[in-house]
Design a protein around this ligand. Structure first.
Ligand SMILES: [Zn+2]
Length: 657
């Protein structure tokens, strides 16, 4: 009598999935924002003004940006699917900030360095000495290179290791087509250093060129100008002329094909997924046009999408010119395409104006969630946008109740000594967006849109700190329109562990319908058979499952599953919420399907909550460990680390009781 949920959702116009994690990262900045800006050392040779990025301290990079800053990177790499390594060279063209500096310090992780050379301007390369420091578990190894007095170029010959944290090598069996292997990178937050030796900090921006050699029959694509057809000899050349931070350097290689969607938009995917992807995301050009109308010109040329295999650990990754996308948002009904709006919005917030350190992560993600909601409202209407906002707010409340470190509940966390990937939470995304929604409410939409556009225009292709934004906010909004918002209120939004009492919590009439239906069922006034869900959106289903009390009696879970066939849904976003509820209530009849879910997808947003819920009891933890052993090889290294941390924490807690 019941059909899969995906069939019960008649595409009420898009809704996005929970897309946290389009990226990774963390954030931060210090409570006194100026503490993040240390004075740069002054030397006799230091005749030119010190650029701003040299003054910012990034706790996640060894790079000595007070001496050298990368201007351009040239990669020459071969892709070896047999050994699971990239090998070749990276050449960095540098600006000397400190004329007397004799050492260049770069970030690396798990790289095998075979030789290093330096050159003066257009001069010939000569061998130089170097040393690789002992590896730090979070930061990797500092590579110290001796730089002759006039040297401004360095070339490093190296090979990656199979366990490189930023690379995932997939066997043919792990792809859609089952015929060819697949490789993709994920550089955010600090994984670029596992496949390129470089200044791996978002405060430094560089253009790049690349020559990539692949086995014949495969296509290589990058966050750059891309090919639209296969190369006969497996060699591809790329150019990214705009300066970008290291975490946006990206590469994928596989059995890929190209299909145009609009004038500036196209999709790359394995052949069997190409048509479905192009149909699902056909509104991309319209979203791009709306975004330009509000926030200014799109400055990157093309906006293309790359559909990755299911093990991609994020919903999307905003690699410039070529967003990487999880296949879990291809549902056939466009119900999850607002994820594309999010990645597209990063073309302004994040890629154009970039967080200078991972402590400033909310500048990337809070802004992007705000922009996403604006685009969704423009293209798909207020009702859909309010569902987006409300599900985000509901997730934020849950997260705030669970976070252990008080400062992680603020927009200015301190991540020094911590892995930035540990701190991708709803706070920088949703609290950041609510802060901007508050400002919009106070100053009015036209004025606030103009303010945001001014921020993007004035800081295009720059990396900024939270302190920079606060200074801009004070000058351009608070002082120009006095008496509306106080400096004390801004401070409260930034540093309080509580949400301000005048937070503009979003209201969704679609969710009010869900609340009424849920209460009617739980109170016994309406039987489940009469619950009208025929027109519920994916977001409404998420909200419904998110707001069920846990644990729920097995009989009620069984009734839900029988009525709505939740265990068999093909909508991965709804499935993740359902299996989390089932695990929290130890509802074992759902476990076979839960196991299948965890074995078939590697997107962290869809697996972490399920592992976390299972691991709350000793029996559940044992099952989680069993399933993880089966599923591990299909997960990205970043997802493996994340799940292992969840399981280790649960083991430690249970051993302590
Ligand atoms: Zn994002």
């Amino acid at each position: 009598m019941t059909s899969p949920i995906a069939l019960r959702i008649p595409n009420p116009h898009l809704l996005k999935p929970l897309l946290r994690y389009c990226a990774t990262l963390c954030c931060g900045l210090t409570l006194t924002s100026c503490a993040s800006q240390a004075p740069a050392p002054q030397t006799a040779q230091n005749a030119t003004p010190i650029p701003q990025q040299a003054r910012i301290v990034d706790p996640h990079s060894y790079a000595n940006t007070d001496a050298f800053i990368t201007q351009r990177i040239a990669l020459d790499l071969s892709v070896d699917f047999d050994r699971h390594v990239l090998s070749g060279s990276a050449e960095l063209t540098l600006s000397r900030i400190n004329g007397g500096a004799d050492t260049l310090v770069l970030d690396t992780r798990d790289l095998e360095i075979s030789a290093v050379e330096t050159a003066e301007r257009e001069g010939a390369y000569r061998s130089t000495s170097y040393s690789l420091a002992q590896a730090d578990p979070i930061l990797g190894s500092a590579l110290r290179i001796t730089m002759p007095q006039q040297a401004t170029r360095v070339r490093i010959y190296y090979t990656t290791r199979p366990q490189a944290s930023g690379l995932q090598w997939l066997s043919p069996a792990q792809t859609a087509g089952k015929q060819q292997p697949f490789l993709f990178t994920q550089s955010q937050a600090i994984h670029a250093r596992s496949w390129i030796p470089l200044q791996d900090t978002p405060r430094v921006r560089a253009a790049y060129d690349a020559r990539i050699k692949t086995p014949p029959g495969l296509m290589a694509v990058m966050s750059a100008e891309n090919p639209q057809a296969l190369s006969a000899d497996g060699e591809y050349r790329f150019s990214m002329p705009q300066p970008i931070p290291s975490y946006l350097i990206a590469l994928a290689v596989g059995d890929l094909r190209y299909q145009a969607m609009g004038q500036r938009t196209a999709v790359y995917a394995e052949p069997s997924m190409l048509a479905a992807a192009a149909a699902e995301f056909e509104d991309t050009e319209a979203m791009l046009e709306r975004c330009e109308a509000i926030f200014g010109p799109y400055r990157w040329g093309r906006y293309d999408l790359l559909i990755l295999p299911p093990s991609f650990p994020y919903g999307g990754m905003e690699n410039p010119r070529l967003t990487f996308v999880t296949p879990s948002v291809i549902t056939g009904d466009k119900s999850l395409v607002s994820l594309i709006a999010h990645e597209l919005a990063h073309s302004w917030s994040g890629n154009l104006v970039t967080n200078a350190t991972w402590n400033d992560f909310w500048l990337n993600e809070g802004f992007t969630v705000h922009l996403t909601n604006r685009i969704v409202e423009e293209v798909f209407g207020l009702d859909v946008a309010q569902q987006e906002r409300a599900i985000g707010a509901s997730d934020l409340k849950r997260t705030l109740s669970e976070l252990e470190q008080p400062r992680d509940k603020t927009l200015v966390p301190e991540l020094a000594g911590r892995d930035p990937d540990d701190n991708v939470t709803d706070v920088p995304y949703e609290k950041g967006a609510l802060f901007l929604a508050y400002l919009e409410q106070q100053y009015g939409r036209p004025r606030f849109d103009e303010f945001l556009r001014g921020w993007f225009d004035a800081h295009a292709f720059q990396s900024e700190t939270t302190a920079d934004f606060r200074a801009w906010l004070d000058r351009e909004l608070l002082q120009k329109t006095p008496g509306v918002v106080s400096a004390a209120k801004i401070e409260e939004w930034m540093t309080s562990t509580e949400m301000p009492t005048d937070t503009p919590w979003p209201q969704s009439t679609a969710f009010a319908t869900v609340d009424a239906a849920r209460e009617a069922w739980l109170s016994g006034s309406t039987p489940l058979a009469e619950m009208d869900t025929a027109h519920w959106s994916t977001r409404q289903w998420e909200y419904f499952l998110n707001s069920l009390p846990t644990p729920l009696p097995a009989a009620q879970l069984a009734a839900l599953d029988e009525r709505f066939n939740l265990s068999q849904t093909t909508n991965r976003v709804i499935a993740a919420r359902w299996f989390r509820d089932a695990a929290l209530s130890q509802y074992q009849p759902a476990y076979p399907a839960l196991r299948k879910h965890l074995n078939s997808i590697g997107r962290m947003l869809l697996i972490e909550p399920v592992y976390t819920a299972l691991a709350k009891t000793p029996d559940g933890l044992a099952l989680a460990e069993q399933i993880y052993a089966e599923a591990r090889s299909g997960y990205h290294p970043i997802a493996q680390t994340s799940v292992e941390k969840i399981l280790a924490k649960a083991r430690a807690e249970q051993a302590g009781h």
